[in-house]
Structures are given as structure tokens and as C-alpha cells.
Design a protein around this ligand. Structure first.
Ligand SMILES: [Zn+2]
Length: 264
């Protein structure tokens, strides 16, 4: 079970006597999001449908008889559940890559020190690093990282990719030494936006996902940095299940939400 602090997205917390949680890093006290949703299944289903259609909060509010406060709680719950619904371990041929997400966060606290040197500096922009893994079936796993560097990304590969797998990456040096950790490694050319597995099948590379993610985040606009992990989870989910039809997406998401609620 993973609960992120709503303020700093840290995953470690204390459980207080009254059942609320307190972040071990920034000390913010918050409620487990799973404990504060009291709506019927039919309302939840309607919200999920509207959410999948990417309707605005006000549009959704016009369709269900709940408060805006409750709707925002449900939307957070949906996104938290989505972040849990990812392939746990990848194997076979995978591609790894990293990028920076563009820079107009409402709260730049987390990444000010990694501010884009040069053009962005001093203009209130900052960039958030994100690392991704793509498996042959086209599914993506991604996580925000503090910094792009060997010490940041290699533990994530070790955690997320089975030993013996083939790890494809571009020429960046952060992946040197990965062979010594039990992986086959291969250089790919990301600029072509596709890479081929060892059987010669070309699949969409991570560049395709980065482009999708950046377009979606840009369209949202003004996301608070501390909530960025929730949106990353949402768009990883939408991308991974984009080939399901609407009903299949809806059913999968509702099942995931109830599993998430019960996991507490
Ligand atoms: Zn915190």
C-alpha cells in the first residue's frame, strides 16, 4: 500500500491515535484518502465515466449530486488507485529513458535546485525529472526523480526489471555498469521514436509516451508540483490501457478503485 503525502509526496508516515496520518518528512497531518469517500457505487461509476472522458470538474459536478469538495476527494482517490495499477516487474526487452517535464509549476519548491540552467533560470520556471521504463507489450512504468543520474535510475531498474532482461537505452552514461548487475544492455536511437526488440519488431519508444504526457500536462496547465505524481499516475494508466474500449477501461478502473480502498 502506497500513500503519498499530499504536500510533499513522501511515502513514509506515522499513524496518529485518531487514525490520521502524519508525513515523516514535512510533518503534514492528513487523512488517508480511502477513509473519506462516502458515495454510492452509482455515483462513483458516473464520476469514473466522466473522468475517463476527461470532462472538467464543473461538468462532472453538473451530473452528480455531491459537493465539489467530495468530488475533488474522489478524483484524488481515482488517481491514487491508478498509480497502483501498473505492471509490477518488467522482463524481456525493455527500454529505459528519462526526460524533464516542462516548467510552470505553481509550487516550485521540489525542483528549484534542478532548475533548467540557462533559458529557464530566473524566470520562474523549473523542470521536474522523470524516469520511465517501457516493456515490449508497450506498457509504461514511470516515476518522478529528484535528479537524472546513475544513482537515481539504476536502483529503479533493479526494482522494476527482472534480471536477465535486455535493457535498451540511448547513449547517456547513466546506464553504464548495468551489465554487471545482471542485465543485457543495448544502445538504441531514441530520435527515431521506435526501437526494435530482439526479434526485429519495432514498437513505439518511450519518446512516444513522453510526447503524450507532455501534451496532456500542458493542456491541464497549472498543476501543483506536489500533485504531479498523481497526474503522472493518471497518464501512465491512460496510456497503458488506451487500447481497451471504454467499458473495459471503466470496469478496470472501478475494480482498481475498490481494490485500492480495501487495501487500507
Ligand atoms: Zn510530506
Amino acid at each position: 500500500m502506497n500513500i503519498n503525502c499530499p504536500k510533499c509526496s513522501n511515502k513514509r508516515y506515522w499513524i496518529l491515535k485518531d487514525g490520521r496520518l502524519r508525513c515523516r518528512k514535512c510533518r503534514k497531518t492528513f487523512t488517508d484518502p480511502r477513509q473519506r469517500i462516502r458515495v454510492s457505487r452509482s455515483v462513483l461509476r458516473t464520476v469514473v465515466q466522466e473522468f475517463l472522458l476527461e470532462h472538467s470538474t464543473n461538468t462532472i459536478l453538473s451530473r452528480v449530486n455531491i459537493s465539489k469538495y467530495m468530488l475533488l476527494k474522489i478524483l484524488t482517490l481515482i488517481r491514487m488507485a491508478m498509480t497502483q495499477d501498473v505492471p509490477q516487474v518488467f522482463k524481456g526487452t525493455v527500454e529505459v529513458d528519462e526526460t524533464y517535464l516542462g516548467g510552470q509549476w505553481k509550487n516550485k519548491r521540489l525542483s528549484v535546485k534542478h532548475a533548467n540552467k540557462g533559458s529557464g533560470r530566473g524566470r520562474g520556471t523549473s523542470k521536474q525529472a522523470v524516469f520511465g521504463i517501457l516493456c515490449r507489450s508497450g506498457k509504461v512504468w514511470a516515476e518522478l526523480i529528484d535528479n537524472i543520474g546513475k544513482t537515481e535510475v539504476q536502483p529503479l531498474i533493479l526494482k522494476q526489471v527482472k534480471k536477465g532482461s535486455t535493457v535498451c537505452y540511448d547513449t547517456w552514461k547513466g546506464y553504464t555498469g548495468i551489465a554487471a548487475k545482471g542485465y543485457v544492455h543495448r544502445l538504441v536511437n531514441h530520435s527515431k521514436n521506435t526501437y526494435s526488440d530482439l526479434k526485429g519488431n519495432h514498437i513505439n519508444g518511450l519518446e512516444g509516451f513522453w510526447g503524450y504526457l507532455k501534451r496532456k500536462l500542458a493542456a491541464k496547465g497549472g498543476i501543483r508540483q506536489e500533485r504531479l505524481h498523481l497526474y503522472l499516475g493518471e497518464y501512465v494508466w491512460r496510456y497503458n490501457y488506451r487500447k481497451l474500449n471504454f467499458k473495459e477501461q471503466e470496469n478496470r478502473l472501478i475494480t482498481t478503485i475498490y481494490q485500492y480502498i480495501r487495501s487500507g
